[in-house]
Design a protein around this ligand. Structure first.
Ligand code: 4NP
Length: 156
């Protein structure tokens, strides 16, 4: 069974597209491309249609990765469509569940950092208003979290 994963942040131009691209990279590396479908979305709609942030793409490029994507806004239908929804921070988590007033899909929504194996962060920090270090940090943290997520899903 193909598992559909949705990564969610605020703008869908920094953290969640990074998570989507890193997860796809790890999935491909393990030859599991036919088992997962990954997507990402933002709880806000300001950047709809935009590529991942230039600074995030530059940080990825330094590691030989090409981050692709076009920003879109998270919508209530996503709760139905996806098997697992990964929130980058607590605000994202709250805003996702605000679209599920009957609490039908709560179990599908998880915090991305719950899957970290090395890092102890509880949230993926928003790098948007900071320097380039923040983008590098997000990539390292997401490699850890995506690796843990892939392990946990592969065991099921
Ligand atoms: P993201 O970062 O949620 O990781 O995509 C942000 C992108 C844009 C804004 C804030 C955070 N913004 O305020 O426009």
């Amino acid at each position: 069974m193909t598992k559909k994963l949705l990564f969610v942040c605020l703008g869908n131009i920094c953290r969640s597209p990074a998570a989507e691209n890193i997860m796809n990279h790890l999935v491909e590396k393990q030859g599991l491309g036919d088992q997962f479908i990954c997507d990402s979305a933002g709880t806000g709609g300001w950047h709809v249609g935009a590529l991942p942030d230039r600074r995030m793409r530059a940080a990825a490029k330094e590691r030989g990765l090409d981050f692709v994507g076009s920003a879109r806004q998270f919508e209530a239908m996503d709760l139905r469509e996806f098997d697992l929804i990964l929130a980058m921070d607590k605000d994202n988590y709250r805003n996702i569940l605000a679209l599920d007033p009957q609490r039908k899909f709560t179990d599908k929504v998880k915090m991305m950092c719950d899957y970290c194996e090395t890092y102890t962060d509880k949230e993926v920090p928003d790098p948007y208003y900071g320097g380039s270090d923040g983008f590098d940090y997000v990539i390292d943290l997401l490699f850890d979290a995506c690796g843990g997520l892939l392990k946990s899903l592969s065991q099921k």
